[in-house]
Design a protein around this ligand. Structure first.
Ligand code: C2E
Ligand code: MG
Ligand code: MG
Length: 294
């Protein structure tokens, strides 16, 4: 039935043994995710976002990891779809928000002023009272709202439940929390939301950044997105910067910020603290990797 529904309405599908395997696998994943929520088996790693002009770390993006008792560290893309389908994304997402705000607060208490960026999935915006979850995370940590940014993906704005999404987004922005569009260029939404929604930043998807210097079309896309962001008065950040040549291209094109292995990998909190102390707000105007080398 679910397979049929997934293919659209007014259809029929015959049951196959493969479906049974898929159903069992999904059930097993769901029950171990449920256990993980109960046992608190999640952790966050943090990846610095660097201002290209002044060469300092402005913020870090919180990235979720599942510390599985047998399988080790599991990346988010292997379990977030299951978490969304089962509704477990709500408790997990609320934990991510609270923990990310607590980390930013701990850095603040150490004299490190850094913004924190948190990924939010469409399921959270649609089903969770996200605005109140955000308000609670801010209130319990005392983090100034302007230091928190939520990353939403473009595809959220093509959903039929748009209105709910827009209302939630407006409510969150009204609190002073910033909004970024993640993986920009990979969705297929109309650009109208750029003028309708209080978006602060556009994040260029790493698939366009990867081939910079080798693929003229990707260079043109990146250049256009930077131009678009500037026209709309938004900040623009390039994701997945791994090489000096990509960094130089982005700098020359006037991109404001970048994030990627070239600067730093996602780091556990303590390692990130060290990184921020070394390359934080007082850093000179040079990219981190070159400073380390020289
Ligand atoms: P994203 O938000 O676009 O995050 C960027 C991803 O690119 C991260 O993968 C990061 O580790 C990886 N990355 C960073 N720099 C580089 C680089 O230079 N090269 C390459 N090849 N990759 C780089 P990660 O941590 O596996 O996260 C994957 C996706 O999972 C995220 O994409 C985001 O959409 C989602 N996600 C992560 N944490 C959460 C969360 O707490 N909640 C929700 N709803 N989604 C999350
Ligand atoms: Mg993100
Ligand atoms: Mg992204």
């Amino acid at each position: 039935m679910f397979h049929g529904k997934g293919l659209g309405k007014n259809t029929y599908q015959f049951f196959t043994p493969q479906m049974n395997i898929a159903v069992k696998r999904r059930a097993a994943m769901e029950s171990s995710l449920r256990a993980a929520v109960k046992n608190g088996d999640f952790t966050l790693v943090y990846q610095p976002q660097v201002d290209l002009v002044v060469g300092q770390v402005l913020a870090v993006e919180a990235l979720l990891r599942w510390r599985h008792p047998d399988k080790g560290m599991i990346p988010p893309q292997s379990f977030i779809p299951a978490a969304e389908a089962s509704g477990l994304i709500r408790p997990i997402g609320a934990w991510v928000l609270a923990e990310a705000c607590r980390a930013a607060r701990r850095w603040h208490d150490q004299g490190i002023e850094v913004g924190i960026s948190v990924n939010v999935s469409a399921a959270q915006l649609r089903h969770q009272d996200l605005a109140s979850t955000v308000a609670q995370a801010l209130q319990s940590t005392g983090l100034p709202p302007g230091q928190l940014e939520l990353e939403l993906t473009e595809s959220m704005f093509v959903d039929p439940t748009q209105l709910t999404v827009h209302r939630a987004v407006q409510a969150i922005a009204a609190m002073g929390v910033r909004l970024a569009i993640d993986d920009f260029g990979t969705g297929y939404s109309s650009l109208g939301y750029l003028k309708r929604l209080p978006v602060h930043k556009i994040k260029i998807d790493k698939s366009f950044v990867r081939e910079l210097g080798r693929d003229a079309a990707d260079a043109a896309i990146v250049r256009s997105i930077i131009g678009l962001a500037m026209t709309f008065g938004k900040r623009v950040l390039a994701e997945g910067v791994e090489e000096a040549s990509q960094y130089r291209f982005l700098l020359a094109e006037g991109c404001h910020e970048a994030q990627g292995y070239y600067f730093a990998r996602p780091l556990p909190e303590h390692a990130c603290s060290d990184f921020l102390l070394q390359h934080g707000t007082l850093a000179p105007a040079l990219p981190v990797a070159e400073r380390q080398a020289g």
